[in-house]
Each structure stands twice: as C-alpha cells, then as structure tokens.
Design a protein around this ligand. Sequence first.
Ligand code: NAD
Length: 485
Amino acid sequence: MKYSPTQNYINGQFINASVSKTMEVISPLDGTLLSTVPMSSSKDLNDAVAAAKKAFPGWSKTPIKERVQVFFKYKTLLEKHLKELSELCSEENGKTYSESVAEIEKCIELTEFATSLPQLVTGEILEVSRGVECRTEHVPLGVVASIVPFNFPSMVPNWTIPNAIALGNCMIIKPSEKVPLSCGKLAELLKEAGLPDGVFNIVHGDVEIVNAICDHPDIEAVSFVGSTKVAKIVYQRATATYKRCLALGGAKNHLMVLPDAIPGMTAQNVAASMSGCAGQRCMAASAMIGVGNIDHIVDKICEEAKKVVPGQNLGAVINKESQERIEKYITEAEKDGAKILVDGRNTKVSGKEKGTYVGPTVIDYVKPGMSVATEEIFGPVISIMRTNTVDEALAIENANPYGNAASVFTQNGGMARYIIDRASAGMIGVNVGVPVPREPFSFGGWNESKFGVGDITGKSSIEFWTKLKKSTTKWNADAGVNWMS
Ligand code: NAD
C-alpha cells in the first residue's frame, strides 16, 4: 500500500474511526493500492459535530478581516504544494497530471475569491425615517456540512471550504470514498495556515455518514455535489429536518453546432469538452446537435478525437464498474443503429494493464430517444444528433431533464443570443465547450442538475452560508415614540 490508511480529521487531529470497516482506495491509472478509507459510524460524526460546535463561538466572533487572513496563507500554501496536490489528485482520481494542475489552480482562484469576502458582505444601512436606522448583517449559520463527489477531489471541496469558513461557519466534510486522500492534505494546509482546531473536520464514509449528516440536529446547512439520484435523496432528507440544503446533481450537456461555426476551433472545443477529465466533468459536452449540414465539422471532430490518447493526454475513468457501464452505452447505441465513428472500447494502456481506460468515442446518427442521447454517460463519449432547424435542436435540449450547461457554436451573434434566451440550462457557452463561470461569477445549473436556491460558488454562495440579521435602531429622542416616526 503506497500511503498509510486514511484517517478522519477531528478537532485538528488525524484519528482512527470508531469502527474497523474500511474500503480500498485504488488508483484508476494502474490499479495500485493507494490506501484504505474508514467507513465511519455516526459516533464519529457526532464527535466531529461536537468539535465544530465548540469552535463556532470563537470562530464566528473573529472579525471577517481576520478570518480571511487564514485564506491568504492557505492560498500561498496551495501554490507551494501544487505539485504534490496535483500528483495526489491524479493518482486517486485517474485524471492526467496537467488536468490535476488545472484543478489545483482552480482551488487557488476559489480561495482568492474568499479573501475578497470582506468587500462583499458589508451589509446595508439607511435612515428609514427621522432618527431611525435599519441595518443588515450577514451572520454565519453555525455547523455546516459539505458532501462531495469523486470527480474533483480538491476543487469541489474548495467550492465550499473557503467561502463557508471565511463567512464564519465551522464545517464537516464527507469526501467521496473513492478519492479520500486530497481532503486530508487540504486539512494539513488549513492547519498550517492558522485555522483553529475544530473549524474544519473530515469524516470519511458512505451512505451511513451522509444520512447521519442529513439527520443531525446540530448541523444547520448541507451542501451536496454528486449524482441527481443522490442529490434528490439528500435534498429531501436534509430539508425534512428543516436544514438549509443546496444539492447539485448530474448533467447531460448539449452543444449545438450551426453550419457557420468555425470548423477547426469548434472541433477542438468539442473534442476537449467531451474527453477532458475522461468525460467525468459535470460540465462535459455529452450530446451534440448538428443543425443543417455539419459533416465537415464532424470529420474534424473525429480527427481531433483521434489525437486524444489514453494514458497520455487522456486519463482513466474512476473504476472498472464505470468503464464497463460506459462501454455498455456505446454497444447499446451501436445495436440501436447509431454509427460509432471513433471507438474507445477495449482500451488498454501498455504497462498500465490494471488501469481503467476508455478511449475517446464519437457516435453519430444518434436518435433523441436513445439512452446515449438522454442519460449521463460520464465518460469520454459524444453522441451526435442531427436536426434541420435551431428550434428542433432547442426542443431536444429543452426536453432533457438536466440543465447544467449548454453551448452553441456559431459566428452569428443574433443566433447565439436566440439560443442563450431559450436553452434550459444554468450555464451557457458561446463558442466555449466547457462554460464554467470564473470567480466572482457563480456556479450552478438548473432543473434536475440543482435542487435548492442560489448557486454554490461566487457571490451567490454568500446567501447560502449566512443568514441576514436586520436591526432597527433609534437613538435620537426627537424621533418620537412611534417606531415609524
Ligand atoms: P454520487 O452521487 O455517487 O456520490 C456523491 C456523494 O454521495 C459521495 O460522497 C458518496 O459517498 C455519497 N453517496 C453515494 N451514494 C449515496 C446514497 N445512496 N445515499 C447517500 N449518499 C450517497 O456521485 P459521484 O459518482 O461521486 O460523482 C459523479 C456525479 O456527480 C455525476 O453525476 C456528476 O455529474 C455529478 N457532479 C455534479 C456537479 C455539479 O456541479 N452539478 C459537479 C461534480 C459532479
């Protein structure tokens, strides 16, 4: 085993879980056994919540300008440890080293945003009538929880950690049991940056811990990122005990390609969007709708897809189960009459025979009802459908239950605006294959890609991680006896 067994992190200490049940952490790159992860019990969660609850009065009363000093230092430490964090991310998740570097750079950007929070939470004050003032303040919630998926072991945790904590909350994070290692390193860096013990805690585990988080009476808010199936369970369970909840789910992102799109640029973007991070991005292009004659662009997409080489510029998918599921989708599409133009099935990388790779796959002549057209595949696969008009393309996009992202490739600004106005997704790209908004703009989809109000990052996250206190004050005796006067 390459690393020592993963431990929980409670009250500033790495400690063993109260139960001995563990799962293996296997590198998708080559099958190396990296570590084990404990399947903690609700007792471990209770200990973490108690530590967070104890830390909350001191942390929440620390002025925000002091709190963000921790994140200035944390940002410097992320920069200092970029190589180590990137290697760890690549090993446990299977993405390429350069994709992992981009992930850590995004963590740095997210942290930069958190350091600007004092400028954004100044509140409001107004003399509402003679001698009477109303004032608002953003007040932290208390103990909050963050439940995260496997596909971004460092970035998704950093969607929530810097903002929630800089705003004065104390946090419990439940990493994905498939990629538990990066969060431990983040805990070390937060401690080195000066975060007081108990403010940030990690409890590893699976369903039992997620359920215990949703049910815990001392947790005020739950943020979740993962599949739609689990997002629905978590949203329902957390709100059943009257918690604030924001649950981000899966996706099926559509790219609409118009005949006037610039062929080379479009093909590069499509290939990069569908295969980046082995297609395991909630913002990955998964379905493409060609409007009119776009055969020349499809040819170029195939050329670009063939330049994506497993084990070189394409990482592995998370595990064997996922590899088999993706290959099954491709086989099913073929049986249903679609044409596999580039086939990523049965991919083996020499010297990494135990790695779980799927090559880039381009499927053409997909019909809107096929499973590759409607379901989240979460692999390096693009399903191409054809329509005669933009409205038909929009009807397909709109009919999908998800709504994370949609993109259009065209040189016609009026047409791009027409599609921005009508696509049913929270994040839209024009000539951009992965339309992730950068800070300070917030991240969040629509429809079955997100349950709850607001977005998870950027300015929108302030509303989620704080509650507003409104005070009305009168110091001037001349103001009269009526509060209105
Ligand atoms: P997942 O839903 O399987 O797991 C997410 C978390 O929930 C993990 O921590 C896991 O331990 C826990 N979990 C799993 N099954 C559970 C259950 N039955 N009850 C309670 N908890 C459970 O997701 P994943 O496979 O880790 O991640 C991939 C999914 O996440 C994809 O669907 C992807 O689109 C989505 N995702 C969405 C976004 C977004 O912003 N919308 C971002 C990243 C990933």
